[in-house]
Design a protein around this ligand. Structure first.
Ligand code: ATP
Ligand code: MG
Length: 334
C-alpha cells in the first residue's frame, strides 16, 4: 500500500489512549478496512522522520500473532500508523462487555502473546536488529523499547485470532510519547519502575498482570487513584525512558516541579515494588497449572522470571496448545 491521508475515509472512532486515538478507516482505492492510529508528536521534523524510518521495520513483521502493518505517514502534527483492523476489538473492551474471560480463553491469550513476543524477539529484535545494528544504535540506543503488553493492546477478530499490537518498534516514538505522558502504566514491572534496564522479562510481567485482569474481570491492583504519590518520591527521576546514547539533560527546578505535578495525576506505583505480586485468586478457583504459570510471570526478580520462549514450554501453555477450544465460536458470542 502506498498510503496517503486523502485516500483514507474515516468510518468511526475505535478508541482513545494516552498517545492518541484510533479510527476505523477505509482505504478507498483498494476498499481495505484498516485501523488508523493517530499519534500527536511534539517533535522536530528530523525526529518525526526518524520515527517514520524506525516504523518501517514493522513492514517485515509477519506473524499470525501480530497485527499486520499497512504503513505509516506524517500528517502534521501527527504520525498516522495504519494497521489491520480487528473487528472484535481489544480484550479490555471485550471483558468490560462480557465479564471475566473463561480461563481456557485466557490460556489461549497467553499462548498467542508468548508466540507474538517470541516471534518479535527471535526474528526482529535479535536477528534483524543485528543486521541493522548501526542504524539502530544511532536511532534509539542499545535499549530495546518495551512492547507494552496490556489488554488494550491484545486484539481479537471474528475468526477467533488473537494478536498483539502497539509493540514498541520505534524508540524515538516511545521517547516522544513518554515525554508528554501523564496517564497510568501500572502494567510496568518492578524493575522498570525502578529504572532498571528493560528486558524481555518485563513483557512477561505485563503479561501476568494482563492475564489476571482478564480472568478476574478487573484490574488486579486496587484502585489507587485517590492515593497521594508519597510512595513515588523514592522513584523520582527513574520513570523516564532510558536513552543510553544521550544522557538526559539535567532538569531545571521549574521542569522538575512540572513533572511532579504530572506525577500527582498518576496512580502511584510504589506498591508494585513493595507489595507482594498479585495472584489468580481465590485459591482453588483456577487450575494449579494456571496459578503456577501466572505466579511465574510475576516473580519480582527478573533474573528468576522466565523468558517468553521458556514459558511456551509450560504445561498450562502446552495444554492450551493441544486443546480444541473453538475461539471462533467463542468470538461469535459477543
Ligand atoms: P495506550 O495509549 O496507553 O496504549 P490504548 O491501547 O487503550 O492505550 P490506543 O492504542 O490509542 O490506546 O487504542 C485505543 C483503542 O482502540 C484500543 O483500546 C482498542 O480498543 C482500539 N484499537 C486499537 N487498535 C485497533 C485495531 N487494530 N483494531 C481494532 N481496534 C483497535
Ligand atoms: Mg494501544
Amino acid at each position: 500500500y502506498d498510503l496517503r491521508d486523502e485516500d483514507l475515509k474515516d468510518l468511526n472512532e475505535l478508541g482513545q489512549g494516552n498517545g492518541g486515538s484510533v479510527k476505523r478507516v477505509e482505504h478507498v482505492p483498494t476498499h481495505t478496512i484498516m485501523a488508523k492510529k493517530i499519534v500527536l508528536i511534539d517533535a522536530k521534523p528530523s525526529v518525526r522522520k526518524q520515527i517514520l524510518r524506525e516504523l518501517q521495520i514493522m513492514h517485515n513483521c509477519h506473524s499470525d500473532y501480530i497485527v499486520s502493518f499497512y504503513g505509516a505517514f506524517l500528517s502534521d502534527p501527527n504520525i498516522c500508523i495504519c494497521m489491520e483492523f480487528a473487528d472484535k476489538g481489544s480484550l479490555d473492551g471485550i471483558y468490560k462487555r462480557i465479564g471475566a474471560i473463561d480461563i481456557e480463553v485466557v490460556a489461549l491469550v497467553a499462548l498467542a502473546v508468548l508466540e507474538g513476543l517470541t516471534y518479535l524477539y527471535d526474528v526482529h529484535r535479535i536477528i534483524h536488529r543485528g543486521m541493522r545494528l548501526v542504524l539502530y544504535l544511532t536511532a534509539s540506543g542499545t535499549h530495546l523499547p518495551p512492547l507494552d503488553i496490556k489488554p488494550s493492546n491484545i486484539l481479537c477478530n471474528s475468526k477467533g485470532q488473537i494478536k498483539i499490537c502497539d509493540f514498541g518498534v520505534s524508540g524515538e516514538l516511545i521517547n516522544s510519547i513518554a515525554d508528554t505522558f501523564v496517564g497510568t502504566s501500572t502494567y510496568m514491572s518492578p524493575e522498570r519502575i525502578q529504572g532498571a534496564q528493560y528486558t524481555v522479562k518485563s513483557d512477561v510481567w505485563s503479561l501476568g498482570i494482563s492475564l489476571i485482569e482478564l480472568a478476574l474481570g478487573r484490574f488486579p491492583f486496587a484502585d489507587s487513584s485517590s492515593d497521594d504519590d508519597s510512595d513515588l518520591s523514592e522513584f523520582e527521576g527513574t520513570l523516564s525512558p532510558s536513552r543510553p546514547m544521550e544522557l538526559p539533560p539535567s532538569k531545571s527546578k521549574k521542569e522538575r516541579d512540572e513533572k511532579k505535578a504530572k506525577k500527582n495525576k498518576r496512580k502511584s506505583k510504589g506498591h508494585i515494588v513493595n507489595e507482594p505480586a498479585p495472584r489468580l485468586t481465590p485459591e482453588g478457583r483456577f487450575s494449579r497449572m494456571a496459578e503456577e504459570f501466572v505466579d511465574g510471570c510475576l516473580l519480582k526478580d527478573p533474573d528468576v522470571r522466565k523468558t517468553p520462549k521458556e514459558l511456551l514450554q509450560h504445561e498450562w501453555i502446552l495444554h492450551a496448545k493441544s486443546s480444541n477450544f473453538d475461539l471462533e465460536a467463542w468470538a461469535s458470542t459477543f
